[in-house]
Design a protein around this ligand. Structure first.
Ligand code: XMP
Ligand code: MG
Length: 183
């Protein structure tokens, strides 16, 4: 669905489907060049990164392998708890591998800094991050995110994989959720 189909639930479209596609192509070209001659494992963080992973991996003009991890740092609400829990671990041994973590959004950065440390401890040859969206708060925590799609304001957003209480993931655009929906 498009933002117009659920217009009473959102206040503003921040990034359109078309803008996302163009950005993914641009970053895919950069990633293909950066990893030229090296095997690359994409690790998607469930569930938010499903759409990014699907489109980004197909934009890449390079063979890759894929794995998934599910972690949670959020409860049912819209604020990070700071506690990261593994809900589904990798199926792959990442020892000696070049890993690119594919994330939907970096908010506080807590999830990512935890994941980076965790992956390095498993002996990955390299670990980099691609986040489609980044909120300014992310700058407060020390996380090195090599590839960023869009910097967005500090507002709760939904769409393109991002949910509120499991809804809105199938929205094609990224939009700001109207406060009346969650307050
Ligand atoms: P932190 O704060 O650890 O959070 O960087 C990262 C994870 O939190 C979720 N998140 C959001 N989900 N709209 C959402 O639907 C948002 O605006 C939002 N901000 C953070 C997301 O799962 C991300 O991986
Ligand atoms: Mg989420």
């Amino acid at each position: 669905m498009r933002a117009a189909d659920v217009s009473s639930d959102i206040t503003e479209v921040l990034v359109t489907e078309e803008e996302i596609r163009a950005k993914l192509d641009e970053i895919a070209e950069q990633v293909a060049a950066d990893y030229d001659g090296r095997d690359l494992l994409l690790v998607g963080v469930l569930k938010g990164a499903v759409m990014v992973m699907a489109d980004f991996s197909r934009s890449l003009k390079k063979h890759v392998t894929m794995d998934w991890m599910a972690v949670s740092s959020y409860g049912a609400g819209t604020k990070s708890s700071g506690v990261v829990q593994i809900r589904k671990d990798l199926d792959t041994d990442i020892l000696g591998k070049h890993v690119l973590i594919v994330e939907d959004i970096i908010d506080s950065g807590l999830t990512l800094s935890w994941l980076l440390e965790n992956f390095e401890a498993r002996g990955a040859a390299s670990v980099e991050v691609f986040a489609l969206l980044r909120k300014p708060e992310a700058a407060k925590v020390e996380v090195h995110c090599k590839y960023v799609g869009f910097d967005i304001p500090t507002e709760f957003v939904v769409g393109y994989g991002l949910d509120y209480a499991e809804k809105y993931r199938n929205l094609r655009d990224v939009a700001v959720l109207a406060p009346h929906v969650y307050s």
